[in-house]
Design a protein around this ligand. Structure first.
Ligand code: ATP
Ligand code: MG
Length: 285
């Protein structure tokens, strides 16, 4: 169930980058309504030719996103097909992927990161209430629409992107450790709302580690062993946050906290605790 957009309605600008099986371009969607031309800036996500057999799964992600609407979920306008080209037409989000943004900036305030975490939790809660599994929550799929500026008292604003092709179809499960819930390594893999909770925990870790990639450069065997021996990511110094991440990344899916609990815990985190902690960590002079 999705809107079909005519290829002729699309204008293409520069390539913005590449995903696991996609190339993304900036572009414009042109609609003629009542004789008037309406132009919308869009992001055009093109499925790689060598993954074209997955077009159904690719469009499934698009259809899932089109069916729901929430301020922290990316808007998907529809899909377009042109010859062998499969295109998802979506909202262009100004600052792009959150992991890259955090890496680039280096110094985003803790209160800003906390705002982002809360917004993501709201998106997760919305999906949870609708009984919809996202399946690919991670910092690169969190897009930043607005920067936060503490001096101007403005908050950042995020949009959760589409999940793309299911990781289980692409044989990417081991690769996606530590974002995938360990229950996805079972045969058959089990993907549920609880799995998104685990991914949320890993994403919190990324946010508070400035977009650092967890288990970067680990090979698949090491990653498999990480789950096999029930390990956890290196805990944050901020104990309350570390606790939350560990609760989300519970090896027992059913033991992970509900969205409501997650939101409450995030609201209870007090930034000044973190700042005091870091002041005491500063090297002695
Ligand atoms: P995955 O297939 O697992 O989602 P990915 O997130 O790297 O992998 P894409 O979703 O295709 O792949 O995104 C590729 C890159 O394009 C992102 O890292 C981001 O920088 C940018 N991007 C994606 N969607 C948007 C958007 N709506 N607005 C602006 N930039 C975007
Ligand atoms: Mg993505």
């Amino acid at each position: 169930q999705f809107q079909m957009i005519k290829y002729e309605q699309l204008q293409w600008d520069e390539c913005l980058g590449q995903g696991s099986f996609t190339r993304v371009f900036k572009g414009t969607k042109v609609d003629i309504r009542e004789g008037e031309e309406h132009r919308t800036q869009v992001l055009l996500k093109v499925l790689d030719a060598n993954h074209k057999d997955y077009w159904e799964a690719f469009f499934e992600a698009s259809s899932m996103m089109s069916q729901i609407s929430h301020k922290h979920l990316l808007l998907v306008y529809g899909v377009s097909v042109h010859g062998a080209k499969n295109i998802m037409v979506q909202e262009l989000v100004k600052y792009g992927a959150l992991d890259l943004y955090l890496k680039r900036k280096g110094s985003v305030s803790v209160s800003c990161k906390l705002d982002i975490a809360k917004q993501l939790a709201l998106a997760l809660n919305f999906l949870d209430e609708k009984n919809i599994v996202h399946g690919n929550i991670c910092a690169k799929n969190v897009l930043l629409a607005r920067e936060g500026d503490p001096s101007q008292e403005t908050s950042p604003f995020i949009k959760l992107s589409d999940p793309g092709i299911k990781v289980s179809l692409l044989d990417l499960i081991l690769d996606r450790i530590p974002w995938v819930g360990p229950e996805l390594l079972q045969d058959p893999p089990i993907l549920s709302l609880d799995s998104d909770k685990w991914s949320f925990g890993a994403t919190l870790w990324e946010i508070f580690n400035n977009g650092e990639t967890p288990l970067k450069d680990w090979d698949l065997e090491m990653k498999r062993r990480f789950y096999g021996t029930y390990q956890q990511l290196e805990p944050s110094q901020w104990t309350e946050l570390a606790d939350m991440i560990t609760q989300c990344m519970d090896y027992q899916p059913a033991s992970r906290p509900s969205c409501r609990v997650v939101i409450r815990q995030l609201n209870n985190l007090i930034t000044s605790d973190y700042e005091v902690l870091h002041a005491s960590e500063a090297p002695e002079r």
